[in-house]
Design a protein around this ligand. Structure first.
Ligand SMILES: Nc1ncnc2c1ncn2[C@@H]1O[C@H](COP(=O)(O)OP(=O)(O)OP(=O)(O)O)[C@@H](O)[C@H]1O
Length: 372
């Protein structure tokens, strides 16, 4: 999959941008606040998803302008295609010239994986962000996971509401068993789908991390859940039985806390480098490398599902990485079209095949250092 051309009009600070990227690596460099992330974000918008940055849709439209337009031509599913989005006045979405109701209709046509500095929080911050990353990645390739997760969350919310009601009405106590039974079934489904994805993710992330670190470091991913490592091989009925047992054991704690303290809603991932937890002991460069390895692994798993490599959008990925890690990103992400933003020209010197562009005050120009 590759982006063949992009045209932007009135998108954030990018008044008028037209460019033809390289099929391999594209470096977009420039000082801070010139529009590099805006460009990455505009490419991402063609996937039909919401921006990966917080904010409202109208923030994407250039201040003072009535509308923003993103037009892309891309090669996917063995054919040349086009997508266009107009935001603001006369909003509209077209895919291959056909009018669509909303941007979500573009989903699945043009696929990207994005790394932005905010993704460092997967490694650095709380378990919720790690679960969100894992669940989001699974949802892209297993639509049935969306239903299982939704049903689990609903049952959990009902059980939590019941636990609160029990303070006022102890007679409702027996109802807990009804919700627990539902949670066991749904919890095991969620667990098994996460676990399957996790196995493939850890394999890819480990390989990518090894490449990034030049084979000097080993990344191991751990999945912490209701079940111990030995128990993961059990079949669904056995897991449900164990799950039920764990919920039973947690009952007192649940009533004291006022919510359900055990279940797959508390699952977490750990990233070990040389046996040490990267969240607690990792350097800035190691944490960034782990976050990047996870996002690239997500991309390669998406490739197995859609049959072609998604476009990799890597925003501000080079900071804190030594030249050998930068070299891996620039020259070893095989079979992928990659967009990399950075503030200085140094990575261009290392680029073997690709093209560099200079971004200044929302204007993009090729920087004349092309090598093919
Ligand atoms: N709707 C908008 N209209 C006009 N300008 C905007 C709009 N939204 C954002 N900007 C401006 O775009 C500028 C560039 O932002 P961007 O995040 O792309 O910078 P960057 O080149 O990636 O910088 P850094 O290297 O610091 O990450 C910012 O100065 C911001 O004020």
């Amino acid at each position: 999959m590759r982006l063949e051309s992009l045209r932007l009009c009135g998108y954030r600070n990018l008044q008028e941008v037209q460019f033809t990227p390289h099929v391999g690596v594209n470096i977009v460099f420039g000082d801070n606040a010139q529009g590099k992330t805006n460009l990455i974000e505009a490419i991402w918008m063609l996937t039909g998803a919401k921006s990966f940055r917080p904010g409202r849709e109208r923030d994407l439209i250039q201040k003072g302008a009535a509308q923003a337009r993103v037009e892309g031509a891309f090669f996917a599913q063995d054919r040349h295609q086009t997508a266009a989005i107009t935001l603001g006045d006369k909003r509209g979405v077209q895919l291959n010239g056909v009018e669509k109701k909303s941007a979500s209709a573009l989903a699945g046509s043009f696929c990207c994986v994005v790394f932005s500095p905010a993704h460092l929080s997967i490694v650095k911050d709380g378990p919720q962000l790690r679960r969100r990353f894992l669940d989001g990645a699974i949802c892209q390739i297993r639509p049935q996971f969306i239903t299982a997760l939704y049903q689990y969350r609903q049952a959990l919310a009902q059980k939590n509401a019941l636990i609160k009601d029990l303070y006022k009405n102890a007679e409702l106590y027996d109802l807990l068993a009804v919700f627990d039974e539902k949670l066991c079934q749904l919890g095991v489904r969620v667990y098994q789908m996460r676990r399957r994805y996790f196995a493939a993710l850890s394999n890819w992330a480990g390989q990518i991390y090894s490449g990034l670190s030049g084979g000097r470091e080993t990344l191991t991913l751990c999945y912490d859940s209701v079940f111990s490592g030995d128990e993961q091989a059990l079949d669904a009925p056995q897991l449900q039985q164990l799950y039920s047992q764990r919920l039973q054991e947690a009952k007192k704690d649940d009533l004291r806390a006022g919510y359900s303290t055990v279940g797959v809603h508390r699952d977490d991932l750990r990233f070990l480098i040389g046996g040490l937890d990267c969240r607690l002991y990792g350097s800035q460069g190691q944490q960034r490398s782990v976050a990047l390895a996870l996002k690239l692994a997500e991309g390669y798993l998406l490739r197995e599902f859609i049959g072609e490599t998604p476009v990799m959008l890597l925003d501000d990925v080079m900071s804190e990485l030594d030249p050998s890690r930068q070299n891996y990103i620039l020259n070893h992400l095989e079979d992928a079209q990659v967009f990399i933003t950075c503030c200085d020209r140094a990575p261009i010197e290392q680029l073997l095949t690709g093209r560099a562009f200079y971004m200044k005050s929302g204007h993009l120009e090729p920087c004349g250092s092309e090598e093919d």
